[in-house]
Design a protein around this ligand. Structure first.
Ligand SMILES: [Fe+2]
Ligand SMILES: [Fe+2]
Length: 187
């Protein structure tokens, strides 16, 4: 029998991460309803997005190998970078999620993805601005969003993640750089 969502999450996460997931779910639902994505799917993807966040690096690599997830250079150096892709596999296999867009949103929330859908963008952004987040520039992103500037807020969130990574000495995923380029292009 399939576990329910809460049983599934508590298999993998402690209460603090589950609380983060709940806040991302609520934030994603709200952003989705304002900016043209499906609120229910955003809520589900938000709730599940970090399910693989606390897996041991060797377990992440094992699951990635078992399920044909492409292990990028960044992922090899820092397996936690693959927690989105591995989380999507767990959501599909253990919880039975078969909504490809929801699975994509779980998968791409770590780095973004070139040509990503609005749902993926919403979940990515919700993860960066949920009320528990505090980092330099987060209020600016929240204000842009409150003013209706979804694209500007998303771009700022991507910049914030790149600058966080550079400061922490972790490698910046090349996909994130491509995403920033897409968001910076004039329309
Ligand atoms: Fe995450
Ligand atoms: Fe998260």
């Amino acid at each position: 029998m399939r576990p329910d969502k809460w049983e599934f999450l508590s298999r993998y996460l402690g209460w603090d991460k589950i609380e983060h997931c709940k806040r991302v779910a609520a934030t994603a639902k709200e952003i989705a309803s304002r900016f043209g994505a499906d609120p229910e799917r955003a809520e589900l993807a938000g709730l599940l997005h970090d399910v693989a966040r606390d897996l041991a690096p060797e377990e992440i690599l094992r699951l990635a190998g078992e399920h044909g997830i492409m292990v990028t250079q960044v992922g090899r150096a820092s397996p936690v970078a693959l927690h989105g892709a591995v989380g999507a596999v767990l959501a599909r296999n253990e919880l039975g999620v078969d909504d490809e867009e929801v699975l994509l949103a779980i998968s791409s929330h770590v780095t973004g993805r070139r040509g990503w859908t609005r749902l993926e963008q919403v979940v990515y952004l919700a993860d960066k601005v949920e009320p528990g987040r505090s980092y330099p520039g987060v209020d600016e992103i929240r204000n842009m969003l409150a003013a209706g500037d979804f694209r500007g807020a998303l771009r700022q969130a991507v910049i914030a993640s790149i600058s966080y990574c550079s400061k922490a000495g972790c490698p910046v995923d090349p996909e994130t750089v491509v995403v920033l380029g897409e968001l910076s292009r004039l329309e």
